[in-house]
Each structure stands twice: as C-alpha cells, then as structure tokens.
Write a protein that binds this ligand. Sequence first.
Ligand SMILES: [Zn+2]
Length: 293
Amino acid sequence: MGIVSAEKFVKAARDGGYAIGGFNTNNLEWTQAILRAAEAKKTPVLIQTSMGAAKYMGGYKLCKLMIEELVESMGITVPVAIHLDHGDYDAAKKCIEVGYSSIMFDGSMLPIEENLAKAKELIPAAHAAGMSIECEVGSIGGSEDGIYGDGELAPVEDAKAMWALGPDFLAAGIGNIHGPYPANWSGLHLDHLQKLTDALPGAPLVLHGGSGIPDDQIKAAIKLGVAKVNVNTECQLAFCAELRNHVHEFDANEAEYMKEKLFDPRKLLKSAVDAIQASVEERIDCFGSANKA
Ligand SMILES: [Zn+2]
C-alpha cells in the first residue's frame, strides 16, 4: 500500500474500538524494526520523527526518503504514515514542504488563542497537501526538566474549539506524561477522557506518553475514544536493556566473538534491534490493531 496519510486508518480505529500505534524512530535500524513489526502484525502504522530525532538523523527530507525507500525495498504491504511528532509551527511547515504524509502541530505551550490561530492556518495547508494533521490542547507532562508531575488535563472548551477547526485527530492531556512514569503517578484521568469524548463525539483522540501506562488503563482509554497511542520510551528501554545484555556477553566471550567478527555493527546491534521489534509487536497486540491493515 505504501505511504499514506493517517486519517482514514485512525478514524477506522476510532470507529472499530482499537488504536493505531505511533512509533518514534531514531535511526535506520529503528525504522526497519517498526516496519517489520507492522508487517508481521498486519497493522497500519505511523512512523514518527520528533524534531530532535529528525535533526539527529540528518533532517526531515532524509527521514522521509529513508522511510519511503524502506517501505519499498522491504516490500511492506501495510499502510504506513510518515508523521511529524510534536512539531512547532516552523517544523510543521517544513514537513508539509518536504512531503511527510502526516504532521502534528503542537502549539500547546502557546497561549490557547495563538495555538488555535496557528492551527487554523496549518490544518487547511496540510489537507491541501494530502496530509493528515494532529493538534494538541493542554500540554502533556514530562520529566525533561527533571521535575516529575502529573500531566495537565486539557480544558474541554479548548478541545472543542480546536476540534471545530478540523484536525484529523486530537491530542488532549488526561494526566499522561512523557518518559518513564514516576512511582507516585496518579494514573490516567479516565473521567476527564469521558468528558472529552462526550464533548467531541466520534473524534479520534491521541494518547501521548503511552510507554509505561498500565495496559488496563490504555485499553480503558481506547474504549473511551483513544485511536492513536504514541510509543517511544518503551522501545528505547527494550533496545538499551538488550544491548547491555549483549555487551556483557561479548565481554564474557571476547575471544570467540572477535573470531566470529561479531564486532560488525550489523551483528552487534542485531539482538537489540530485534528487541525493538518485539516491543512494537507487543504494543500492537495491546492496542488491538493487529490484522486491521
Ligand atoms: Zn508526545
């Protein structure tokens, strides 16, 4: 099927009571692992680049071409969207220009009036380019500044005002946060999610910070209208854990491994990359999107 925009399969997930995974990529191997998992599970998928990851990899154009070429060379048959995760205004414009198939405009750090004004400009621009667009109200908490706290609850009125502008899916904070969850996290505010769903009937909602939320809470959120779940940290932790194991094994069997040339990066990273794939497949099962391609 190749590269597609995401609105059709995310809406189908909303209507069908399951969710599509939005998986962040960090490099070539990461992208291959996500694509292999999606193909094995026969699910539509969004491969996402944050602004930072895109910069790390060499820019949006390179990311777009890499994903596009891999979909072709790997013979991927499931629908794949190339999505910008948490883009600011300039990044959103850039990805429209470069030809991503989906973007997120995150204006949640701006005053709501400015967030709405910029979204009002970007939504028709994305649609005119044949792309889907995600917007956000009520910022999602995180640990980037070293201070752990509960995520913000998106005001229902803000969500309604944003949805009225016509984005394809909407990220709205319900106590979720990015990164590993702290021990004292109070859980998803499903009561607040219910209020959002009641106010926006049929709207596909996006759950950010999906790594580390207990599965029963994720499944409950999907029942209440979440149709896209973002995953990043979970795959990073799986990759890191397996890489550490492997390096310890290498140290313990150095003579043998050197003889077999296991220092070749393609061999050195293999088990850790397989761990990313396993992690993605496990999330797809949890979200219920297997065999929905
Ligand atoms: Zn996010």
